[in-house]
Write a protein that binds this ligand. Sequence first.
Ligand SMILES: Cc1cc2nc3c(=O)[nH]c(=O)nc-3n(C[C@H](O)[C@H](O)[C@H](O)COP(=O)(O)OP(=O)(O)OC[C@H]3O[C@@H](n4cnc5c(N)ncnc54)[C@H](O)[C@@H]3O)c2cc1C
Length: 596
Amino acid sequence: MQVYEAPIKDMLFNLNELHEDDGFGNLEGFEDFDEDVTAAILEEANKFCRDVLLPINWPGDQEGCRIENGVVRTPKGFQDAYKQFCEAGWSSLGVSQEWGGQGAPHSIAKMVEEMTCSANLSFGLYPGLTGGAMVALEAYGSDELKSFYMPRMASGEWSGTMCLTEPHCGTDLGMLRTKAVPQDDGSFLVTGNKIFISAGDHDLADNIVHLVLAKLPDAPPGVKGISLFLVPKYLPNEDGTLGNHNNAKPTAIEHKMGLKASATCQMTFEDSKGWLVGKPHRGLEAMFAMMNTERVAVGIQGLGVGEIAYQSAVYYAKDRLQGRSLSGVKNPDGPADPIIVHPDVRRMLMTMRAYNEGSRAVSAWVSRALDAEHASPEPEARARAKDFVALMTPVVKALFTDLGHESAHLAVQVYGGHGYIQETGVEQFARDARIAQIYEGTNGIQALDLVGRKLPDRMGRNLRSFFHPVSQYIEDNAGDEKIGKMIAGLQQAFGALQMSTGHIAQKGLKDPEEAAAAATDYLRLLGFVAMGYCFAKSAQIAYRRLEEGADDKPFYEAKIITARYFFDRLLPPVMAQMMAITSGKASMMDMPEDAF
Ligand SMILES: Cc1cc2nc3c(=O)[nH]c(=O)nc-3n(C[C@H](O)[C@H](O)[C@H](O)COP(=O)(O)OP(=O)(O)OC[C@H]3O[C@@H](n4cnc5c(N)ncnc54)[C@H](O)[C@@H]3O)c2cc1C
């Protein structure tokens, strides 16, 4: 049974209480989005996600997409849902007013994104990619391209894609073969084959705006020779009406493990007319603007699936009767107690809950930094926010998707055999969540980005944007009566993180393989310290609110219990990751290739 109601209280807690004072100051330009407006937006988004997107999630998975006469058809109900989504203004929520958007802060838009991903991950990809494409276009497109394409994409009338992957090149984009030949009128003719293109073709929007990586005839070899092109499916006329088909065609859709209602297409471009976005040979830089946005978005996909998996598991754990509680019968009128009484079921539910609340808290922190990067009145705060976003982007992407996947599997476990069969809809979460660990750069590549680029960048400046607030917080609150034990746990984990950082910096300097061998463990440790910091602060706020006699006592009490569970059960094993990190690369790399 797929059950979902957006965790609005927790979302508002993160926005209004936890990250109220996060060192980035008051942000300019978001004055219209006060607490009441924010709550109203989240309420409306919840209704849409619960009542429109959730009912077509499982049927969409069962039906999947299909290709008919060269055109992709989405499952029943998707067209109507997309129309409603755009008409209600959800496609333009976080888009600047300059392009006809509503200019909402990232911190609100990301909460709505989480809801979309919970209710229907496949659906969420269509507008999600459009949003990412708009980020690249806004940052690197010419004024002409922007004024023509951005408003149509903001309204959802036209959608977007990112076309990087080719059959022989995924992670290593330097090998790509798609070509772009300059034309006298300033345009380019793009020719090549791409695979795995999400939303490459569909029947939701009138036109599709592909952002395609390709090489110019004079391109230097490798990643320094890649350029970015905007290639529409239909060539638009000056008034925006659609002209000829531009030979950007889906040749097949991939048959995949999950995410079946999202059309993943093999695409061919054959002398398809396109326009350069950004400078020649600097396409990766422009594409990275999109990829960084998408990486945070994919992290939120992990959280979204984790949340619906948790809620669906709670529903079942209260309903399913098996065995008796070890502490005495809880359901004397029934033949057995609900399985939620059993400690092992509690372990699974509490783990999912803590993963979700911890991820949401870190996500809200990063989203607020995304806003501060542009909207803080102080240059210093803007720079600090930028450093923090750079550091945390790979962490959000990899950690949240790993945890979302773990949660989805825990939900299957809570359902027992009923989770493994299809009718309950729970195994869909596990299949859908799996891809988020792979696309937008695999989680292994995210970890390499963290240790190889983000840590050493400008002598560790990105890291300071995270280490400073955490160490200051520990110092200021070490004597706190209520959360003293949590602070002690946080201090220990932070110590392990500092030692691991020193180890990687020292060993990695002489031998990059040493840093690479430690990368995945290090990313998890850093992410858990970030969650620990947020949990300690959350519990502290909750204690304070309870003392003040807050109305919503059960919410704050539950927040404290979840934080306690995190510090008792989830943080200690991750601390031990320091042992793996400092053990070095030898046992990983010594095995001769022939012995595998
Ligand atoms: C459903 C779906 C949707 C997708 N959507 C899009 C899309 O919209 N647009 C798009 O362009 N692409 C898309 N992709 C492609 C996706 O981004 C790639 O699959 C992914 O980046 C990995 O590339 P690959 O599959 O070629 O794996 P490879 O690059 O072959 O990697 C295989 C394994 O080797 C590891 N590896 C590779 N190189 C290194 C290295 N240097 N160091 C350490 N480990 C390494 C990887 O981590 C991975 O575990 C999608 C894929 C799927 C399945």
